[in-house]
Structures are given as structure tokens and as C-alpha cells.
Design a binder for this molecule. Structure first.
Ligand code: FA5
Length: 340
């Protein structure tokens, strides 16, 4: 193609496709195709050319005029269409639906933040597929110990050694041993994690749920540290001052073993439907770390003391948001999830 026509074409196409309103498009039409337009001028000048030049330039100039006419019509339609679709910038925007965190994740994050603010370290949750040794033996629950029946266990056949079977961990307490094997006291940690129990579900029991294990070990740790930590933690989660009450209980990995109650989060202890008029809510199993557990981890039990407790995250979330049935967390009903 003739160099001059090619350059003209490039320039015109660029300007026409870049025009932003009908007025500037009309100006371009005049500029290129009007009576004195640049393409029209070329067509007019054909008269002065030789026959050979006319044969070459003539069809190219005609083709360019046609092409630009079509391009202008197309751009004009686009701009008109844009005009009718113009929007009112003062109208409120459409709400964009975004995802959000699951209520259990939100509560777990809050629990973590509270413990962090109390100078606890947050330890990685560890393996959910655990060995019999860490889940039971090392926690002072030897084979055939009746306490194993308290934990209805999903046993795994695959990869199980004869004397150390694999299972889905029934609590986060195995992480006590795993952590102590690698670290020396003093320390104060929490381990949030998923656990599994082979039991029938109801409004307060799931087969998989979450716990937060809390462990503090040092040279002068006592029940007073445990009581203070529990009271601080629950008061902050439920945003009101709550006292704790310690009752004797039994877990093989602690001595003494305790159930801890806190004052009712709804009535503060006066008595209501949530606490069944008792004023107290049972919130966590706890106790002072058993000497045999320290021995499993390679510590000298005469040198160190520690406390531990394991709280259910779902149960905390249920109390916090007044959720009547634990199964609501897992059935995927968006009418529930979207309230958070
Ligand atoms: C334990 O699992 C102990 N490892 C806790 C512990 C840790 C005691 C350290 C002493 C020292 P327990 O089985 O009670 O204890 O469970 C602890 C919490 O998990 C319960 O208080 C409850 O909040 C929650 N929980 C237990 N079973 C279920 C279940 N099926 N569904 C939902 N939450 C559960």
C-alpha cells in the first residue's frame, strides 16, 4: 500500500477508535471524509496523477474511505449505546457479596488473641492422625486402662504398628508431650486444634470438634496460676468479670484432676435457664500435670510443676452467641453462617 495512505489510515483508525464522544467523532468525520477532508483530498488529487499511479492509488484511497466510514458508524453506535447506559454516580452502589470467616474460626482467632495478650505462645496444632503412644500411653493412660473408654476412638488400620496403633486424636493433650519433648521450661503455651470422637451426635456433641489445650510449666506453678488464667481467659472471652470454681475430677494425665466451672455468662451467677438456675457453667477439664507425664516427656517431676486445661471451642462459641445446637456449625446452612 502507498506509504502516505498507510500512514493516514493508521492515524485515522487510532483517532476514531479512541474518540470518547459523538462530537469529537463528528469532527473526525469532517477531518478525514468531509469536503476538505484528508481522504477526500487524496481522491480529488487522483486527477493530476498518471494512469499507472491512478490504477494503484485510486482503489487504495476508495478502500480507505469505505473502511473509515464503516469504522465511524461502528464507533458512533458504541458511543450512543454507552450514552444510554450512562449511570447516576449519586445512586448507592450495589453491595458486593464477599465471603467471611466461619464463626468457629472467628472464635478461635479471638481465643488466640486473648492468650497472646497474656503472653502465651501459640503452638502449631500438630498431627490430627496420632499414635496410640502420644494420645494415650505417654499421657499416663496405658493399654487396658478404663480411662480409654472415656474417649471413643476412631482407630486406623492403615500404617498401624502392632504396639503403636494409629488413631484420630481424641483430644489436643498429646501436644503436651510433643511440645515438652522439644522444649525446656519455663513456658506457657496454647495449642488450638481439631479432635475426633467416635460418639453419637446430639445438641452438644459432635464427632469432630475443636479444643484449645493450655499448658504452663515452670518451677513455681500452682493451682493459683491455673485459677487466675482460667478466670482471666473466660472473663475476656465473655466480656464480663467471671469467677471460677474448681471441683475434683479425674483425668489420668493430671493430679489433682479438676472440672472448672465459671459463673454463668448470662446471669453472672444469679441463676437462669442457661445455667439451669445453678449460677455456674462447667467449662473445662484441668489439673496439675501428672509426674508420669513429665517423665514421658523426659522432665524431672521433682524439678517442675505445671497446669493444663483443655477447653472445647464449639462450647465457648455456643455460649458466646447463644447457639442451641452444636450441629449448626457443620451443616453448611448459610442462613446461620451469614449471621456472623
Ligand atoms: C479432655 O479432652 C482433656 N484432654 C482435657 C484436659 C486437658 C483435662 C488438660 C486436663 C488437663 P474432655 O473429654 O472433658 O477432656 O473434653 C474437653 C472439652 O472438650 C469438654 O469440656 C467439652 O467442652 C469439649 N468436648 C468434649 N467432647 C465433645 C464433643 N463430643 N463435642 C463437642 N465438644 C466436646
Amino acid at each position: 500500500m502507498d506509504k502516505k495512505i498507510q500512514e493516514l489510515k493508521n492515524k485515522a483508525v487510532l483517532e476514531i477508535t479512541g474518540s470518547f464522544d459523538l462530537k469529537s467523532l463528528e469532527d473526525l468525520k469532517v477531518k478525514y471524509l468531509g469536503r476538505k477532508g484528508e481522504v477526500t483530498q487524496i481522491l480529488r488529487s487522483l486527477a493530476d496523477l498518471s494512469i499507472e499511479q491512478k490504477k494503484v492509488i485510486g482503489p487504495q484511497a476508495q478502500a480507505l474511505r469505505k473502511e473509515l466510514e464503516e469504522l465511524i458508524d461502528k464507533r458512533s453506535a458504541e458511543l450512543k449505546n454507552k450514552k444510554t447506559r450512562s449511570f447516576d454516580v449519586t445512586r448507592p452502589g450495589k453491595k458486593i457479596k464477599t465471603g467471611h470467616l466461619h464463626p468457629l474460626t472467628l472464635v478461635e482467632k479471638e481465643i488466640i488473641d486473648i492468650f497472646k495478650s497474656m503472653s502465651f505462645s501459640v503452638v502449631d496444632s500438630g498431627p490430627e492422625i496420632e499414635t496410640e503412644y502420644y494420645n494415650f500411653d505417654a499421657l499416663n493412660i496405658p493399654k487396658n486402662h478404663p480411662a480409654r473408654e472415656m474417649h471413643d476412638t476412631f482407630w486406623l488400620e492403615k500404617n498401624s504398628a502392632k504396639n503403636n496403633k494409629m488413631l484420630l486424636r481424641t483430644h489436643t493433650s498429646p501436644m503436651q508431650i510433643r511440645y515438652m519433648e522439644k522444649h525446656k521450661p519455663p513456658f506457657q503455651i496454647i495449642v488450638p486444634g481439631k479432635v475426633f470422637r467416635y460418639e453419637a451426635t446430639d445438641a452438644s456433641h459432635e464427632i469432630n470438634f475443636h479444643q484449645v489445650e493450655c499448658l504452663m510449666v515452670g518451677r513455681d506453678i500452682s493451682l493459683a496460676n491455673l485459677k487466675y488464667t482460667v478466670e482471666q481467659f473466660y472473663s475476656r472471652v465473655f466480656m464480663r468479670k467471671l469467677n471460677a470454681r474448681l471441683r475434683p475430677s479425674y483425668f489420668p494425665f493430671v493430679e489433682p484432676g479438676l472440672e472448672i466451672d465459671i459463673q454463668c455468662v448470662k446471669c453472672g451467677g444469679r441463676g437462669c435457664n442457661i445455667c439451669k438456675e445453678s449460677g455456674w457453667l462447667e467449662v473445662t477439664g484441668a489439673g496439675m500435670v501428672h509426674p508420669n507425664v513429665f517423665k514421658s516427656a523426659g522432665y524431672d517431676p521433682k524439678e517442675y510443676q505445671g497446669f493444663a486445661f483443655g477447653a472445647g471451642v464449639e462450647r465457648i462459641a455456643m455460649l458466646k452467641y447463644n447457639i442451641p445446637d452444636i450441629r449448626m456449625f457443620y451443616n453448611g446452612d448459610l442462613r446461620f453462617i451469614n449471621q456472623f
